[in-house]
Design a protein around this ligand. Sequence first.
Ligand SMILES: [Cu+2]
Length: 166
Amino acid sequence: MATHFARRATRRGIRAAVLVLLLLMLAAGCGQSAEQNPGSGTGQAGEPAVTVTGAWVRAASKGDMSAAFFVVENKGSKAVRLTGVRTDVAATAEIHQTTQEGSTARMQRVEGIEVPAGGRVELAPGGYHVMMMDLQRDLKAGDQIQLTLQFDGGHEVTVTAEVREP
Ligand SMILES: [Cu+2]
């Protein structure tokens, strides 16, 4: 927990730098990894039209915790609910929400995240994230890991997430 909170303290300072980096990557055309992923799950008959883009994970050491972030877009006509995430690099993965209470950032587990019809939800530092606990191996910048997002109704979307230094 200590690392997680210490990292959050410096987050404000690095947020601008991360944003610039993201924009540069988008400009270079390499920010679309999930679009190329065959698991992004659009257009399958009877399943929600959900796409997941921009997945990334914080670099961290084996045994520590990390967090995963991505954007879920629902192009369908019905709301969908992200209910869980599976990954083989962590013993446990939970959906968390960070909230600001005065000057204190707190996080809590949430049961799921609703993505409205035609809408999108962003998991990003300072808000929703997937907390990955007890990492089974080191996550080094540049590594790629698989995340399987579970939606209500049994629909799953597997994406590749890139490990980045916070
Ligand atoms: Cu958390």
